[in-house]
Design a binder for this molecule. Sequence first.
Ligand SMILES: [Fe+2]
Ligand SMILES: [Fe+2]
Length: 276
Amino acid sequence: MKVVITILVENTTPSPALIGEYGFSALIEVDDYRILFDTGSAQALYYNATQLGIDLTRVDALVISHGHFDHTGGLLSYLKQYGPRPIYAHSGMFASRPLPLGGNNYKDIGCGFSQDELLKAGAELHLRDEFSSIIPGVYISGTVPRNNNFEDTGGKFKEVVNGKMQDDPLADDSALIIEHPEGLIIVSGCAHAGIINIIEHACHQTGKSKVLAFIGGTHLISASPQRIEQTISALDSFSISKIIVSHCTGFYAAARLYNALGECVIKGETGMRFEF
Ligand SMILES: [Fe+2]
Ligand SMILES: [Fe+2]
C-alpha cells in the first residue's frame, strides 16, 4: 500500500505560490483511491490545488471530519463544480453552532448548510456515526469515546438543540484511519475528541498497536500546560514515526511537542506532502 498525503489548506504556508487559510484540507491518496479530507473554509482549496497541479476532478470520495465551517467551507462549491461524490461524515455535522464573542454577539461556526442542501448539491451522503470502512483498509472513526480525564473539546463550544443553547460535545468529530502495513495513519480535522482518545480508538477498533503517523489539527491551542504534558507522555508511549501537527495546534503547543519528542514532530503547513 502506498499512501500520499498533501496538505491543501492549512492556516499557514511556507510557499509564496500558495495561500494559507484558517482551516484544514488534505488530499489523501491510498494507491489509486483519492480522498479529499475536509475542504478548508472558503477558496484556498481551489487556488492551492491549481498551483500544486492537483486535479480535483480526480477525487473518488470526500470525508468530512466535523461540522465546523473551516472544514466544510468548500464542500458545497466542490459539489457544484465537480459533480456528485460520495461523502462520508457523522450525522452530527449539521448542528447549529453559535460561538459566543461577548455580549450578545455570536459567530455561527457551524457548516452553515442543511443535509437537504448538501443532497441537492449532489452529495451521495454516507452518514457514519460508528467506526466503519470506506474501502478495505481505510476507515472513518465515528464518534470517538472520551475515555481519559485530561482531554476536552478545546474550547467553550456551544450548539443549539431544540431552540436551546447548550455545551457542544462535538460528538461528530471524526478521524480517517488508514491501515498501512507499517502502522496506522490517522488523519484528524481538529481532534476535538482529543488526540489521545482518537489514537486509542483507532488502535482499539483496528486491533493494531503500531501508529505510523498522525496528521492534522490537534486543538491544543488552548490546552493547559498539564494537558500538554499528559498528551506528550501518552504520545511518547505510542512511538509514532511522524506527528504532523497543523491548524488549531498553536505555536506554543507545537513547540513544546517538538522540544519534548524531537524530530518526529513536524509543523504541517499548506503544500506539504508526505509519503508512506
Ligand atoms: Fe478547525
Ligand atoms: Fe473544529
